[in-house]
Design a protein around this ligand. Sequence first.
Ligand code: NAG
Ligand code: NAG
Ligand code: NAG
Length: 365
Amino acid sequence: MATRRELSLALLCVCLAACALAPGPADASKMVGVYELRKGDFSVRLTNWGARVMSVVLPDRKGNLADVVLGRDTVAEYVNDTSYFGPITGRIAQRVARGRFVLDGKVYHMHRNDGRNTIHGGDRGFSRSIWTVKEYVAGGESPHMTFYYRSFDGEQGLPGNVDAYVTYRVSGAYTLGVHMNATALDRATPVGLLLHVYWNLGGEGSGDVLGHTLRIRASRHAVLDDELLPSSGRVEPVAGTPLDFRAPAAIGSRIRRVVVMGGRAVGYDTNYVVDGEGMRPVAQARDPASGRALELWANQPTLQLYTGNSLNRTAGKGGRVYDRYAGFCLETMGYVDAVNHPEFPSLTLRPGQVYRHDMLYKFSF
Ligand SMILES: *[C@@H]1O[C@H](CO)[C@@H](O)[C@H](O)[C@H]1NC(C)=O
Ligand SMILES: *[C@@H]1O[C@H](CO)[C@@H](O)[C@H](O)[C@H]1NC(C)=O
Ligand SMILES: *[C@@H]1O[C@H](CO)[C@@H](O)[C@H](O)[C@H]1NC(C)=O
């Protein structure tokens, strides 16, 4: 017998087959489509399947355009994506130990999709949902697009209805803002979202990112165990470890020493506690070969750096494949597994309370 998930995926496939090529006018707001924001030679392609970034195209120092985002060519191909190429993840992004937590004395069990734990909201989290297109302005001074999703009471085991919005906005030249908000409508619930884009400033599919230089404004990290959970609750200095990117360093300069998942992977999957608070610079990355660089600002307490350690002949765009270190993710967020750690800032929203997550990418070349 087909499970609910198989049925919903089958229905989605029918919808994707029917709608993926549809353009994005207002009457198609509930269908799956592809949308472009364009300002000069800077362009961003989005889809409402997971409120996802499909591509970001910008020039290098010689004027050559490249798409710097890993992913697939068509929305339909993202249905089988298990690498989280480009989506907003939630309702609780990142890992929840044993898919279980207690809120107001009641135990909640989420769908477990990462061994015995839950990752990115379960098997049908925000990244695998169809969002509604609320607003779409393709060009002009400030091209932007807003997606809306009503997460329902009981979804993936989580309490209460939640209204979530994500707006992508091209503001200045080569600048992309991402604004997320979410409101608990009727019950207390944890909410924490993140944007899971893999970047390769040399162009997606151009090889690994080990030569990119990276700077991260964090002097501490939340120690993660072999299941990438902060089980000890310890927050330790990065000084003197290969995790220290306070001064710019090549991603590959010390990566061999970063053994994670009990030896099952090598590379960064690190939760940095970003210095300062409020909207502030978080990280900078630069590809010396092309000259392309990005600077990320955000208002979130932590940054998960992931260097695509598990990519392995993974299908990408244009028939290309992505191997280990083909891209890196800069995931601004709350603390990992905060629902099980009272010592970390809470993710709980009471009815009427609003979660806000702002990011700003400034690209240059
Ligand atoms: C997704 O995976 C299923 C099962 O392996 C396969 O039948 C289907 O063709 C795949 N869809 C796409 C778009 O690759
Ligand atoms: C959330 O964002 C949307 C889109 O920008 C906006 O219309 C809405 O008012 C925001 N909600 C809150 C509670 O700020
Ligand atoms: C990549 O996948 C192949 C085939 O499944 C496997 O043999 C190999 O060990 C994998 N490589 C890594 C680094 O995981």
